[in-house]
Structures are given as structure tokens and as C-alpha cells.
Design a protein around this ligand. Structure first.
Ligand code: NDP
Length: 261
């Protein structure tokens, strides 16, 4: 199946690591021009080197929670991409592990801001460019926590549910011009899980054993965590012209770990 990315322009926020980096790599392979952003300049440099891409890649430092930085990123993308954007992947972010008892008011505010404004600010800034495309799409990278909350990630779960509602509303408001879909992730081996592995209590436990135990404890039917390329493939499909009749949908990429029908 031809996804139809040849010559198209895509933005992946948080494209310097994990799932965003994998999505950027696949988009380049499919012939798209790709702009990525992140906060850490060294991580962006490493991603630029790893991706290659030449003038089909733009890597720019931008915190998606800083309105002026997002506006500057959009302006650069407009200049570099010919004033049009075909795909916006809102992927930047991370989860927060805390129960209600261990989540302060300030933690709540930070988490709600991260989850909502990492969608709201890029969508506002890039919408004029998306409006110039003949097949524009937005894909929100969200979590299964949106529909299956976990007590140990209470504020992330609540915020994820709100983001799912936001994306559903936007699919209606932006129709029939811009398609808006989401992926609901289970556990995917990426930067944030690597950091949790490095902070493990038992330093003697190998990486392989740590991830295998995690998959067992979480009861993942496919018996492993996902690799970043696996959600990336789902993101590319939903964002492509090949998914032309799909909007307001969410695609679960979780190794089967959800319990709902
Ligand atoms: P990584 O930590 O590997 O990548 C996160 C990326 O987002 C990095 O490029 C990071 O760069 C960037 N980022 C974080 N905050 C900001 C910000 N404020 N502005 C700009 N860039 C930012 O994690 P994943 O690949 O796992 O995460 C991708 C998305 O998937 C996240 O939204 C995450 O919450 C979500 N997710 C992941 C799951 C998993 O199991 N991996 C499960 C459910 C959801 P930098 O730090 O330099 O800014």
C-alpha cells in the first residue's frame, strides 16, 4: 500500500527520541520532508545525525509549552516547507508516576498543562499551514490511560482522558478539512522507560530481564513492550492520505493489554 507521503511535509514534536524519532525516520523513508523539535539541543543534534535526511530534515529546538517558541518553529517550518504542512504529529511529552496522595496541586497543574498545551499550542500555530494542504491530518500521541486509568498515574490518566475528548471535538470542528486521530499507547520501549530502567532499585538486573519482568507484571498478552517503530507505523498510517476516510478515531497500540471491548 502506498501511504502517499512522497513530497509531503510533516512535523513531529518530540522527534528527537523514542516514538517521535522512529516516526520521523519512517516519514523520511516514505519520501516526506520532516521537521522535528525538542527542548534539549544535544539530543536534537544526535537525532539529526542519526536520521540523516539532508535538506528533507529540519531539527529545531522548541519547547511545545512555550507559545513564542512554537510560533517560531511554525514560522521556520513555513519557510522551509513551502508554506504548507500535511501532517502534524503531536508526540512531545512524558508520563508522571504518582498517586493522588503523592501528587501536589502544582504537579496537577504541570501535568494538565503538559498534556493539553502540547496539543493546543502546536495545533493553533500550525493550523494555517495545514489549511494549505490538500490532505491535512493531525495525529495525537496519547495513552491507553485515557480509557483505562491507573491509580499510580492518577493525574496523567485524567489528563489523557481530557486530551482524548479534545481530539474528538477537534475532529468534528476541523471536518471536513483536517482529519484528527489518535494512537493509544500501552508500554513502548523508549527514552522514558530507559530512564526508569536506569533508576531501577536492583542494579544487578539486566536490561533484558528488567523489561521482560515489566511485561510479565503488566500482563501484556504479546509478552513484551512495543518497539518505537510499532506505534510509529500506526501514526504514519493514520496521518497519511491512505487513511482518507478516518477521523475522530483512536488506534490502540498496546500488545493487547487493554481490558475493555
Ligand atoms: P521519549 O522520552 O523517548 O521522547 C519524548 C520526546 O518528547 C523527546 O524528544 C523529548 O525531547 C520531547 N519532549 C518532551 N517534552 C517536550 C516539550 N515540552 N517540548 C518539546 N519536546 C518535548 O518518550 P516516548 O517516545 O515514549 O514518548 C512519546 C510520547 O508518547 C509522549 O507524549 C509520551 O507521554 C507518550 N507515551 C509513551 C508511552 C511509552 O510507553 N513509551 C506510553 C504512553 C504514552 P526533550 O526532552 O529534549 O524535550
Amino acid at each position: 500500500m502506498n501511504l502517499g507521503y512522497e513530497g509531503r511535509v510533516a512535523v513531529v514534536t518530540g522527534g528527537s527520541s523514542g516514538i517521535g524519532l522512529a516516526a520521523a525516520r519512517l516519514l523520511l523513508t516514505e519520501g516526506a520532508r520532516v521537521a522535528i523539535c525538542g527542548r534539549d539541543a544535544a539530543r536534537l543534534d544526535a537525532a539529526r545525525a542519526a536520521l540523516g535526511g539532508g535538506d528533507r530534515l529540519l531539527a529545531m529546538r522548541c519547547d511545545v509549552l512555550e507559545k513564542a517558541e512554537v510560533a517560531a518553529f511554525a514560522e521556520s517550518v513555513a519557510g522551509w516547507g513551502g508554506g504548507v504542512l500535511d501532517l502534524l504529529v503531536n508526540n512531545a511529552g512524558q508520563g508522571r508516576v504518582s498517586t493522588f496522595a503523592t501528587t501536589s496541586d502544582e504537579d496537577w497543574r504541570q501535568e494538565l498543562e503538559l498534556k493539553f498545551f502540547s496539543q493546543v499550542l502546536p495545533i493553533r500555530a500550525f493550523r494555517p499551514l495545514l489549511d494549505k494542504s490538500d490532505a491535512p491530518a493531525i495525529v495525537g500521541v496519547n495513552s491507553l490511560l485515557a480509557v483505562q486509568p491507573e491509580r499510580h498515574m492518577v493525574c496523567t490518566s485524567a489528563a489523557r482522558a481530557g486530551v482524548q475528548s479534545l481530539l474528538k471535538s477537534l475532529a468534528g470542528e476541523f471536518a471536513p478539512r483536517i482529519r484528527v486521530n489518535s494512537v493509544l499507547l500501552g508500554l513502548v520501549e523508549s527514552g522514558q522507560w530507559q530512564r526508569r530502567f536506569e533508576a531501577r532499585a536492583d542494579k544487578a538486573e539486566t536490561r533484558e530481564a528488567w523489561f521482560a519482568r515489566l511485561a510479565r507484571e503488566k500482563g501484556i498478552p504479546l509478552e513484551r513492550l512495543g518497539q518505537p517503530e510499532e506505534p510509529a507505523r500506526a501514526i504514519l498510517f493514520l496521518g497519511s492520505p491512505a487513511a482518507s476516510y478516518i477521523t475522530g478515531a483512536s488506534l490502540e497500540v498496546s500488545g493487547g493489554v487493554s481490558r475493555h471491548i
